[in-house]
Ligand binder design. Structure first.
Ligand code: NAD
Length: 266
């Protein structure tokens, strides 16, 4: 299966390159960096450090034309441009970029209406299992348990709360049967007064090289349950995204997520 990589110069792009090269069912079809990036023209290296036949390109359209599936970990703005190209070439697309605002997500949904799209805020097995556990706990515990979601990422992360924290919030909200957007506290500062009953709270930490840590707290009176996940290496996301890409090829047009790949769909 020919897999193309968008955002190959980035932290995830480099992890994805390694994941594709180490996967026996995958063949690298090329890597694209941001137009104007110093990475454009650089030779791609094999796992043993020898140069591959590829140079990093800035031609995303050509990458779609020569790939069975493309993986995109860039930015929401770039991913929207790539979604348009995926639709033109009818190439299945895996999107890992996070931080889409509602308008960008609506545009993404529209652009990809006629292709197979797999979008996930987190491609790790552990976090996707955590979604299912959080939904179950939120349903079982009831509103007397306050739900708080805590996340920490490396100092370079651009969006907050993380896409994974928001997806865990969605899982908790669906367990509770509430709408997250109208029942969440994303920022607390100053004299906030008591906690709003039934709301899901978010707290964001940034620093160092943390690949991703998430904890969902269910705080009751006299007891507290914490469900948490720590990513020690971004290869877990890269391997998950390659697995998702292989799974997506041949699927009919539609929107899929990692829960479909892992068979964890509720
Ligand atoms: P990064 O900044 O290291 O890499 C992003 C890369 O995309 C950069 O090299 C940038 O130059 C490139 N880029 C920007 N516009 C482009 C364009 N038009 N064409 C090609 N390349 C372009 O960031 P990162 O840590 O690799 O993360 C990338 C995205 O993936 C972020 O949104 C992050 O939150 C997300 N992420 C998702 C998961 C997941 O499991 N879904 C895991 C980790 C990170």
């Amino acid at each position: 299966m020919r897999i193309g990589l968008l955002g190959i110069g980035g932290r995830m792009g480099q992890a994805l390159l390694k994941a594709v090269l180490e996967c026996p069912e995958a063949v690298l079809s090329g890597g694209v960096a941001r137009p104007g990036s110093p990475d454009v023209g650089r030779a791609l290296m094999a796992l043993d450090g020898t140069p591959l036949d590829f140079r990093i390109s800035d031609d995303a359209s050509a990458l779609f034309a020569q790939s069975d599936v493309v993986i995109d970990f860039t930015t929401p703005k770039a991913s929207l441009t790539h979604a348009r190209l995926a639709a033109t070439h009818k190439t299945p697309l895996v999107v890992g970029s996070t931080g889409f605002n509602p308008d960008q997500q609506a545009a993404m949904d529209q652009e990809t209406a006629h292709i197979a799209l797999l979008q996930a805020a987190n491609f790790s097995l552990g976090v996707n299992l955590l979604h299912a556990l959080v939904r179950q706990a939120a349903q079982a515990l009831g509103p007397e348990f306050d739900i708080e979601i805590l996340e920490m990422h490396h100092r370079h992360k651009a969006d907050a709360p993380s896409g994974t924290a928001l997806a865990l919030g969605e899982a908790a909200a669906s367990g509770r049967g509430i709408d997250l957007a109208s029942h969440s506290d994303r920022v607390r500062d100053g004299i906030t007064g008591p906690r709003t009953e039934g709301h899901i709270g978010f707290a964001t930490l940034r620093g160092g090289d943390v690949a991703g840590e998430h904890a969902v707290l269910f705080a009751g009176t006299g007891e507290r349950i914490t469900l948490s996940h720590q990513a020690f290496d971004r290869m877990i996301f890269a391997r998950g995204a390659v697995k998702a890409a292989l799974w997506l090829v041949g699927k009919k047009a539609g929107q899929y997520d990692m829960m479909d790949v892992l068979g964890l769909k509720a």
